[in-house]
Design a protein around this ligand. Structure first.
Ligand SMILES: [Ca+2]
Ligand SMILES: [Ca+2]
Length: 330
């Protein structure tokens, strides 16, 4: 008796699954979910002909029993008004997953490393965006501004974190360059005036964590000597990108101020032509980011600036450029 009842239940269950699979739920009109067409779910309840033609679009059916099986990597079948007719139960993949079962990662990381388990890119320092093809920059002038979003603590607020990647250190990447914005003593936030601890870097400078160096890109134009004087007033020198990490930090800082402009930094060959020295007097090593064809000393060029691309070019020192300073934390 028990066995018979179980057999009957099994039969009904299998029959039900088979029935559902054979009657795979499909929208029959290309108008389902289309624009122009029948784009509103509310129409399913007011208009019989919409409901009858768009059973999947209107949520009458589910695609759980689709013979193609489940979707991988968080994908789900059905319910997408963009799909209709024979595509009704196609997988809707999330993120960059692709393929008929969302089984493939369709992502190429331009300046970063692919994490194939999550199908996301881990960007190199200074790079941002889903494929690490965007130069890391803050998209809002409020990042680190006063009034604005002046504290690193405000990065825990979603819209600040989304707008202030550089400010919030999201673009720190994998090699340990973490840029945090300076704090000032008294700050006005969207929630009112608060007092924060004493600054780590001088006002307006960003701390390159792990390097113990403060960087600031100035958005006004000076000759190389004038720029060096401004840095000196802050107790520092023109920035000295002596390795890849500092170079990436300089590029990120300058781009956060103006990604379309060029900026002086602390490298020159004024004393002996072709003997490049950093602002602290040390000789340039083999590390360099010269633009192709540079340095060319065209018309006596003894000072070096960042082109907007992030490459280096020598230029007459009397030219007026924006500039990057570095100094020590206080
Ligand atoms: Ca020269
Ligand atoms: Ca040149």
């Amino acid at each position: 008796m028990v066995t018979n009842r179980n057999m009957l239940l099994s039969f009904l269950l299998i029959s039900g699954v088979a029935l559902a699979a054979s009657q795979s739920c499909q929208n029959t009109s290309p108008l389902c979910g289309a624009s122009p067409g029948w784009p509103l779910l509310s129409m399913c309840f007011d208009h019989d002909y919409v409901f009858a033609s768009c059973p999947e679009f209107c949520g009458q059916c589910t695609c759980a029993t689709d013979p193609r099986g489940p979707c991988y990597n968080g994908g789900t079948r059905g319910g997408n008004p963009a799909n209709y007719n024979e595509r009704t139960c196609d997988c809707n993949c999330v993120g960059a997953w692709t393929g008929d079962l969302c089984q493939y990662c369709g992502l190429t990381c331009v300046n970063g490393v692919l994490d194939s388990s999550t199908c996301t890119c881990r960007c190199s320092p200074g790079w941002d965006g889903p494929t690490c093809s965007d130069v890391c920059a803050d998209s809002s002038t409020l990042c680190g501004a006063n009034p604005g979003w002046p504290t690193v603590a405000s990065c825990s607020v979603d819209y600040v974190a989304a707008s202030c990647h550089l400010f919030c250190g999201v673009c720190s990447g994998g090699s340990g360059v973490v840029v945090t914005q300076p704090t000032t003593t008294t700050q006005t936030t969207t929630k009112g005036t608060t007092t924060t601890p004493a600054p780590t870097c001088p006002n307006g400078y960003a701390l390159i964590v792990n390097r113990g160096i403060c960087l600031k890109a100035f958005n006004d134009e000076r000759t190389w000597d004038e720029a060096a004087n401004v840095c000196g007033q802050d107790g520092g020198l023109l920035a000295m990108p002596k390795d890849e990490e500092m170079h990436q930090a300089c590029v990120a800082i300058k781009n956060s101020v103006n990604s379309g402009a060029s900026f002086w930094f602390g490298l020159e060959d004024r004393q002996v032509e072709g003997q490049w020295r950093y602002a602290d007097g040390s000789a340039m090593t083999s590390f360099n980011k010269w633009n192709p064809g540079e340095p060319n000393n065209q018309g006596d060029e003894d000072c070096v600036h960042y082109l907007s691309s992030g490459n280096w070019n020598d230029l007459p020192c009397g030219s007026r450029q924006r500039f990057i300073c570095q100094t020590a934390p206080r």
